[in-house]
Design a protein. Sequence first.
Length: 498
Amino acid sequence: MTINFDARKMAAELYDGGFRPMFIGGQWVASVTGEVSESHDPATGAVLATVPLSSAADVDLAVAAARRAFDGPWSRFSPYERQALLLRIADLFEANWERLCVSDTLNMGMPITRTLANKRRVVGMLRYYAGMATALHGEVIENSIPGEIVTFTRKEPIGVVGAIIPWNAPTAASIWKIAPALATGCTVVLKPSEDAPLTPLLIAKLMQDAGLPDGVVNIVTGKGAVAGARLAEHPDVDKIVFTGSTATGQAIARAGIANLKRVSLELGGKSPVIVCRDADIDRAVPIAAMSVFAHSGQICIAGSRLFVAREIHDEFVAKLADFARGLRLGHGIEPDTDLGPLISPRQAKVVEGFIASGQSEGAELITGGSRLLGAPYDKGNFITPTIFGGVKDDMRIAREEIFGPVISAMPFDTIDEVVDRANASPYGLAAGVFTQNLGLAHKLTRRIKAGSVWVNMYHAIDPAVPFGGMKMSGYGREGGAEHLYEYLETKAIWIQTD
Ligand code: NAD
């Protein structure tokens, strides 16, 4: 992608280390305790800004504002008016797209070429759900009860939605939760990750500029264990939409039991990529590599279990390693950076731990595996793209989500065998298949247990196509029409007319 604006200049102008308030009830506010936390650039460790460190009381204020808006003016917005608002927000996002992307890149490290490329997922999503706002409908149902009785259903907004998002794609994750809420007439309290809270605050400003009524969207910055936990258990929150790790998703589902909150969970993965012996190797190598190395492996759908047909295994892995060695690590704001930093020193330690476990369990380190320590990398969290060979299915690196730039390559002999091995994971988020045999492609897509299966491609996500997990990768889908129904309740209405 060509970048035709000065991303470095925009980055220098965007954050100056100062305080950024959060957004509750249409007001820009500090936390009631006055506490703040620093937000960093993971490539340099520099403090970009400070944000409020919310207490449970701040979350309560945000939920109360969302409830007032839901019961008040927002409930009188017609579908057409909600649609018009979403379209105005989409226009402002389009006009400010570069600023949003620079902010995301600075705060969470993803290379600018990748954040910019997500426009269709974000602006497209706003417009897709704008279109759906006026297409919602119940249905008239013929009942069998004697007499003149009309029965029909109405689709009604579920109420106040708590949205909790991870740090790895703040703009997309925010919009994938806010857009369907606005289309259906819900209100939102969104808690971004403490590791990347800044862009959601920019998003709130754009929404306010577009005419968002007070309290319809609220952004509360703070820690998961405090602000997130309060939102998840709050008795006046009707639904939680969550994206993050499986362990946190389980805690959130448990916390919602008390008032039987509706819960949607987009969780972790350990996705298989299967390269069949008839695959177009030169085409598959960069796609398989970037299925993990994009965003330094910090993507839920990372295709980190690479199964390659034994006949082509050695050639494929050698080409993959060459490709990995050619990738450039650097600050995400540089247009030629392929891999940015890991989000935090803590995450870099976790990934180093996985690499050490791969070595101690007997896997062969083919390339990468090291932390970059000299300037200009010394203050960031950079780990080189890493490929292990000789990996066994029961090694930790083949079983657990790493969230770092690590691929485990393994040969396979038969299709039945590779299907069993691919499915022998508690996760079921995504999978990739490389083959030129159409029949085999259909067979594999049918038999693999995953919410998305890509053939001869990877990582495509579209507003109209449902995305989500099976098994411990969660439940619920984002994108597509069915996503909207997760924000709606169905009411049955009976009228005796004789
Ligand atoms: P995380 O689970 O640590 O945190 C996610 C969010 O939950 C953050 O906002 C955090 O503050 C909050 N949180 C933490 N503890 C909480 C609690 N007890 N109650 C309520 N909220 C709490 O995840 P992360 O490290 O930010 O992100 C990485 C994980 O997210 C990976 O597992 C990745 O696979 C997953 N992810 C999934 C998808 C998907 O669509 N399936 C997309 C992106 C990331």
